[in-house]
Write a protein that binds this ligand. Sequence first.
Ligand SMILES: [Zn+2]
Ligand SMILES: [Zn+2]
Length: 333
Amino acid sequence: MRAAQYTQPDAPLRLVDLPVPTPGPGQVLVRMHASGVCGTDIHVWHGHFPVTAPLVLGHEPVGVVEVLGAGVQGLKVGDRVGVSWVQRGCGACGQCQRHKELYCDAATTWMTLVGGHCEDMLAEARGCTLIPAGVDWAVAAPMFCAGYTVMSGYRNARAKAGERVAVVGIGGLGHLAVQVAKAMGHEVVAITGSADKRAESLSFGADEVLVVKEHAGLELAAMGGADIVLSTSNSMRHNSQVLAGLRHEGRLVTMAVGGEPIAVDPMLMLLKQLSVVGSMQDERQDMVEVLALVAAGKVKPKLELYGLDEINTLMERQRDGKVRYRGVIELAR
Ligand SMILES: [Zn+2]
Ligand SMILES: [Zn+2]
């Protein structure tokens, strides 16, 4: 089977022919149909993640279950599934005991097993989630990282009816966050540094768009502020500024990685009783819910589609911030 392997930092991914793996106990083999490319793939590509090369990248994989390993329950051959980043915990540690496998230090992930940029992917059965009927493969793929992440971020914001939601960073995650917040009934402000994203932000459902000139927070406050800011932006300058745009008891939910700290004014935090909430892919329920929003036509990723042999073109576009808004490798044979 064909696959795209990471071999060393910043080198082009290598297209190789690998033996089709045999699933062990509790595992399945997934005949891949699509695999999304995420900003995190670029961090891995730059060597910022503890992976052992060579490794097949890709953590937004979707396809059809084609072989069941011993003892697999709840899945059958022919099921349409996607595979999440954390597939299975060790089962024995304190985090696993309280069903928080995402915190398990010995979890099985795509980094320890194999990623999705291949034709036949080995996966833990526990890492698979069924895809609702009628959802296209390429549309489903980005839900397994980008959609999952923003749905968890939204839930971790503990949103209340009528609250105004701002989204910072209109990219792979942010364009979905706008749609999720809108689907959940909120007035939504899209915040971006790129004037050319104004029209598309409105098309994603934003009620208003703030193209930041000098200070994201003061400019948001001038527009009435927000109760919740969902940030997917790598700009810690914007993430620091935007606190000034939160209303009383407002929450900044930060979902992006960055090398710099977020600066917090303690007096502002105190007087408005603000919270800064870190959020990553959390409960599996969040992904099931975002898939349901997709199936209902309320969330729709905007995609660029590529073949496996074009993976390096897509990686370069992702690195350069050119992808509008999610790049997906199609693998149907
Ligand atoms: Zn990702
Ligand atoms: Zn564990």
